[in-house]
Design a binder for this molecule. Sequence first.
Ligand SMILES: Nc1nc2c(ncn2[C@@H]2O[C@H](COP(=O)(O)OP(=O)(O)OP(=O)(O)O)[C@@H](O)[C@H]2O)c(=O)[nH]1
Ligand SMILES: [Mg+2]
Length: 459
Amino acid sequence: MLISPTDAIAAIATPPGTGALAIVRVSGAGALRAAAAVLGRAEEALPPRRACLASARDQEGDIDQVVALYHPAARSPTGEDLVELTCHGSVYIQRRLLAALLAAGARAARPGEFTQRAFLSGRLDLAQAEAVCDLIAGGTRLAHRSALSQLEGGLSSRVAGLRGPVLELLTHLEACLDHPDEDIAPLPRTEAQSRLHRLAEPVARLADTFRTGRILREGLRVCIVGRPNAGKSSLLNALLGHSRAIVCAEPGTTRDVLEEPCDLAGLPAVLVDTAGLGHDSRGAADEEGLARAQRALRASDLALLVIDGSRPVEAADESAHRRVLDASAADGRPVITVLSKTDLPRRAAAAPWDCAVSALRGAGVEELKRLVAERLGGHPDGPAEPGATVTHQRHHAALRRCAAELEEAALCVGREPGCWEELCARNLREALSSLDEITGPAAGDEVLHGIFSRFCLGK
Ligand SMILES: Nc1nc2c(ncn2[C@@H]2O[C@H](COP(=O)(O)OP(=O)(O)OP(=O)(O)O)[C@@H](O)[C@H]2O)c(=O)[nH]1
Ligand SMILES: [Mg+2]
């Protein structure tokens, strides 16, 4: 049986478990009817956008006193009639209230189905719908700012700004091709070529923001490396603000790789503590610790190379540091050199370092956090324009495809003087379709399913 896309769907919108309050929502053509039935009221007795106290019931009797809020389709978040019932947050009440709505004609919503309805009714485009997920998941200031700006249409308007001139050029070429006898000024080849390059450039630039934008969603992997006893685990604890890793005067304390999420000056990050590099191996566990440290370094976005400031730097230290710097330079990974233990008299030679800290006293730790954000985005506040930052692999891939089509179109102009307009028009259509995948019109069912199924239930 085909299910109408506006059938009423219901779900618990608050997190699973017990809380002070919980929200059960129902959306779709029959939402008001289902809610009114559960509340034992006429539909007209639920005034639009006005909270009203009501008693929810099922066949067994009273369930709870709830606050009902009816959003008519014209201005509701889903673009359909939507009723939200706020109840006491016991798991039993939530489940029974949901069951009552299902018995009154709604069906259980799939994950992300409320947001999918908002997309289908044109309330949100696809990039904005994805931002809803990011806004819920974003746990730091910059991740939140980026998701909010995308939800408010920051990325969508940038994409629209790129789309306009591509469409304009395509329209001109198609008019020349379709109506050769009419008086449409043909586009000189040199002008077409330079316009195409000018169109591709900002698309590629926006795609490149993914380098930093990815981190706003996925988190920055920061690997703390250095010689044994350099103060790596102490630095991890100082950055976290709590004692997560064992710290000990004995070298070789940390063997395993230890990971912990952290808010680094607003950036979401995962801090990774590792075994000391070049530690004299006392057996297979030390060997494995070292191999894991090296793998963790390779998998990181940024390395903090900790150098013990209270000890002279010896040849073995220097060669271990050099290996970290060389491997990171080869992988394009930034390294921040951190001089540790600044509360003790300095004995390390005047090697250049980026930041000096005392994990013991907490000195320099906030500066280090800011430096990480700065290295990443070239701005103390992280990436400069979060709204115009690409944070999804899907958007990045679509922009790269669009830029490649525009560059290919520019090449066609020079390569195929006889039929460049047709070839160019084909590339421009592909370029437009790539942009439309970002905001939705050209996204296939599989893409849509992939996006909405990642949402939590009730969203
Ligand atoms: N005075 C002072 N001592 C520190 C500071 N940071 C670390 N230490 C001391 O240095 C020793 C080693 O610290 P850890 O943080 O365990 O060093 P690590 O680099 O993790 O050592 P391994 O795991 O063994 O490689 C401990 O005795 C710490 O108390 C600091 O800022 N000041
Ligand atoms: Mg350690």
